[in-house]
Ligand binder design. Structure first.
Ligand code: SF4
Length: 498
């Protein structure tokens, strides 16, 4: 599936660079290629788009190429979240990137060391190249996906909702043009027998009627399968009927918490057990129309306290057996969201190596209302409950279609279910047995436990030797320290409950 998660922006950069007259090669790293073999050698300028999880990998690659005289550029989520750190390892670091920003890099194309230049446009680009223009870059990526092949499309940027932990909560909602969507869908049907499209919109269906009118006007109903992330508030029964008619096969709504964010779940100020009941009813209705539903939760939010939030999620799993539960540990990605500034002011952000920040391998915010052992006990208990054979069987029986029901089984018994139970259990053991663990996780020591360092080293493999000195560490308060007139976290402000 990894190739099906390829981002759109690297393809956009490739198209724009070609338009500017350059020879471009695009490599999509899915985690399995030998990077030293697949990366081109004879280039002048290297763009890398990376999530924070891939930051250290990208720093190693950049260092390797800079030593060969290549100018390097970082874009993507890591560049948006941690520009100050990335500037140490790249010649350019890009925030919002439009054609003008890109052209500034292409024109200058010079080494800027030891500190790279940070460039950002005023906002997200007003338009992006469509599938037709990106196709020559999409096709080789799809070739890496052996069974399901999913084409990435996007129809809007930003989100009108204001979930305080989300990078899109501060980006103005902006549709990208429905005419292009119409043309792209028609084009796709000339290329694939039965295309599958994943909408990369942060919150699909904000302009629901316009979207559906466009799809219905472009292709026969059900001739393309669609996947999208959408909030429950947009998934009313009439909307679901229309989504079903138009071939929507998978929807990923975010529930996040039983005590907050009621607007996106359409539960308003209702919280606790009553919210579980209402959301469960709603998701069960969604499942009558859409065969694959993943419900997303954030664990460790400040509104959570004691065992109740976890117990409520277990109840939800029982009451909504067809939904696949996706759990993320609360993570503050640099300057992604305003909430992170508060965490940093209160001295609650831990300097975990970026490589571990994938919402599961580490939680870099000290929980407000839990000690770490207690928190991990709850997380393990919930994960075991959600991926027990009983829950797997219930999920299998509750889903009608063959591919979605088997997807649920495979995900449960691989890294997302069983794998995480094993990983969290190991962390829990080390919290007890490794004396370096608790001080580091409580922000009292900078000494990274060897368990985490070994993991980064093992994952980077041959590229570990190219990781620049000091690049395993970063300033966890860089966002705060970059604010005018602020020197660091407030003295004695750490809110730890051990
Ligand atoms: S609804 Fe989703 S995309 Fe929108 S702000 Fe909340 S988490 Fe972000």
């Amino acid at each position: 599936m990894h190739a099906n998660l390829a981002s759109i922006m690297p393809q956009v950069i490739a198209v724009w660079c070609e338009e500017a007259g350059h020879d471009v090669r695009l490599v999509c790293y899915t985690g399995f290629e030998n990077l030293t073999d697949v990366l081109p050698r004879d280039i002048d300028l290297l763009f890398i788009s990376a999530f924070t999880q891939a930051a250290q990998l990208s720093y190693s690659i950049s260092s390797m190429f800079q030593q060969r005289g290549v100018v390097t550029v970082l874009g993507g989520p890591h560049a948006r979240c941690y520009p100050q750190d990335a500037q140490k390892y790249f010649d350019y670091v890009l925030g919002f990137t439009d054609k003008e920003t890109l052209n500034a890099v292409l024109t200058d194309c010079a080494a800027h060391r030891p500190m790279g230049i940070h460039l950002t446009a005023k906002g997200q680009p007003p338009t992006l190249p469509g599938v037709r223009e990106r196709w020559k870059f999409i096709e080789p990526i799809l070739a890496k996906a052996p069974i399901l092949k999913i084409v990435p499309m996007i129809g809007s940027l930003g989100c009108p909702y204001t979930c305080s932990f989300c990078i899109d909560s501060v980006v103005t909602y902006q549709p990208l043009g429905f005419e292009q969507i119409r043309e792209d869908l028609r084009f796709l049907r000339t290329k694939m027998k039965r295309p599958r499209v994943a909408w990369h919109d942060p919150n699909f269906g904000v302009k629901f009627t316009e979207y559906m009118d466009t799809i219905e006007g472009a292709v026969p109903p059900g001739s393309i399968d669609f996947l999208a992330e959408s909030s429950l508030s947009l998934l009313s029964e009439p909307h679901l009927g229309r989504l079903q008619k138009n071939g929507f096969k998978a929807i990923l709504p975010g529930i996040e918490s039983w005590y907050s964010l009621g607007n996106k779940a359409k539960t308003g100020s209702i919280t606790g057990a009553e919210k579980v009941r209402q959301v469960s009813q709603h998701v069960n209705m969604v499942l009558r129309y859409i065969p694959y539903v993943q419900t997303n939760f954030v664990l460790g939010l400040d509104v959570d306290q004691g065992p109740e939030p976890f117990e409520l999620t277990k109840q939800f799993v029982d009451m909504t057996p067809g939904a696949f539960p996706g759990y993320s540990l609360l993570t503050a990605f640099g300057q992604a969201a305003p909430l992170n500034l508060e965490f940093q002011k209160n001295g609650r952000v831990i300097g975990f190596p970026f490589h571990l920040l994938n919402n599961n391998h580490a939680m870099n915010v000290i929980p407000k209302n839990y000690g770490w052992p207690e928190f991990y006990d709850h997380v393990i208990d919930l994960t075991k409950y959600s991926f027990s054979w009983r829950a797997i069987w219930n999920r299998y029986r509750a889903v009608r279609e063959r591919i979605p029901r088997w997807m649920n089984v495979v995900r449960a018994i691989s890294t997302e279910g069983f794998g995480r139970i094993g990983y969290h259990s190991k962390v829990r053991r080390l919290l007890q047995t490794d004396p370096s663990f608790l001080p580091f996780l409580n922000g009292e020591s900078d000494q990274l436990p060897s368990f985490y360092q070994d993991r980064v080293r093992g994952d980077l493999g041959a590229l570990w030797q190219h990781l620049p000195d000091g690049a395993l560490y970063h300033d966890p308060n860089a966002y705060l320290n970059g604010q005018p007139g602020v020197a660091g976290p407030l003295p004695g402000a750490q809110a730890v409950d051990t």
